[in-house]
Design a protein around this ligand. Structure first.
Ligand code: NCD
Length: 307
């Protein structure tokens, strides 16, 4: 049973296919309106979410399917101590496909190993978030027109930011990618990502604490939120939370072609004044996420012989 736990579960060719399908959905939405007629998606969210859960649900509805949802761990049997394995074994009886978010790294893999329907990882702790990467890739494709020879600056919480880990792995597969890793000392990209993704493939990268001084060299600036829920101490969070704030003033010194991305939610790290800048793409990412999730749901249901 094919599940998607990590973005590396999808080949570059498959990513191209998903982008092609998403683009066709954008141009011909009516052609897809009944593709998932009478099929059901379960969204199992053991952690807060707005965009990811609702875009999965909107995606399934726009494919003509139905959704059953668990949006709070506290209202499910997880609160009684049920394991993820038992929960997905149960839910597999009700639906054709599952999207799951969980605070523990590796929970999505446990789910995939126990479900009898495809599982899509909608975020597992500070590990990875492959469908946000799909949203990001469609955005890069539409805004920059290519994936090769791009310099991407990741800024903020690179330690706990799962969207960063996934996008970094995905972009490292394209020729000419370069990374500028901008973070406080305490929130640097984990060494396992540097070792497995960057060093092993000789991908050029620099690490810095300086956002303003890095802007000039970037094609893409990927801002992130400091992941409060993953900190051990509130004090440490408070000390680091406003490390980087992208303002309209700073954008004056950024290249004209540099796009600004952010998986959202934003807290303080991009001032609202930047939203009107034509280079700001974070709300476009939101919509692109829905199309890519439609494409992925269809792909996995087809492969499972369910549509
Ligand atoms: C991200 C996440 O959940 O990792 N949000 C999202 O899915 N768009 C980013 C974040 O919470 O900071």
């Amino acid at each position: 049973m094919r599940s998607v736990i990590d973005v590396m579960d999808l080949s570059v060719g498959e990513l191209d296919e998903l982008i092609e399908t998403a683009t066709d959905i954008i141009n011909h939405p009516d052609d897809y309106a009944d593709v998932c007629h009478r099929k059901k998606l379960a969204t199992l969210f053991f952690e807060p979410s707005t965009r990811t859960r609702m875009s999965f649900e909107a995606a399934m509805y726009e494919l003509g399917g139905n959704v059953i949802s668990m949006s709070e761990a506290s209202s499910s049997s997880a609160a009684k101590g049920e394991s993820v394995a038992d929960t997905v074994k149960t839910v597999s009886n009700y639906v054709d496909i599952i999207a799951m978010r969980h605070p523990k790294e590796g929970a999505a893999l446990v789910a995939a190993n126990n479900a009898t329907v495809p599982v899509i990882n909608a975020g597992d702790g500070g590990h990875c978030h492959p469908t946000q990467t799909l949203a990001d890739l469609l955005t890069i494709h539409r805004e920059k027109g290519r994936f090769d020879n791009l310099t991407i600056g990741f800024c903020g919480d690179l330690k706990f930011g799962r969207t960063v880990h996934s996008l970094c792995s995905a972009m490292a597969r394209y020729p000419g990618s370069r990374f500028v890793l901008i973070s406080p000392e305490e929130l640097k990209l984990p060494s396992y990502v540097k070792k497995n993704v960057l060093k092993s493939q000789n991908i050029p990268y620099t690490q810095t604490t300086d956002l303003e001084g890095s802007l000039q060299e970037l094609d893409i600036l990927y801002m992130t939120r400091i992941q409060r829920e993953r900190f051990f101490s509130e004090e440490e969070y408070v000390r680091l939370k406003d490390s980087y704030i992208l303002t309209a003033e700073k954008m004056k010194n950024a290249p004209e072609q540099m796009i600004v991305m952010h998986p959202l939610p934003r807290v303080n790290e991009i001032s609202v004044a930047v939203d009107d800048d034509p280079r700001a793409c974070y709300f476009k990412q939101v919509l692109n996420g829905k199309y890519m999730r439609m494409a992925l749901i269809m792909k996995l249901l087809k492969e499972a012989g369910r549509i």
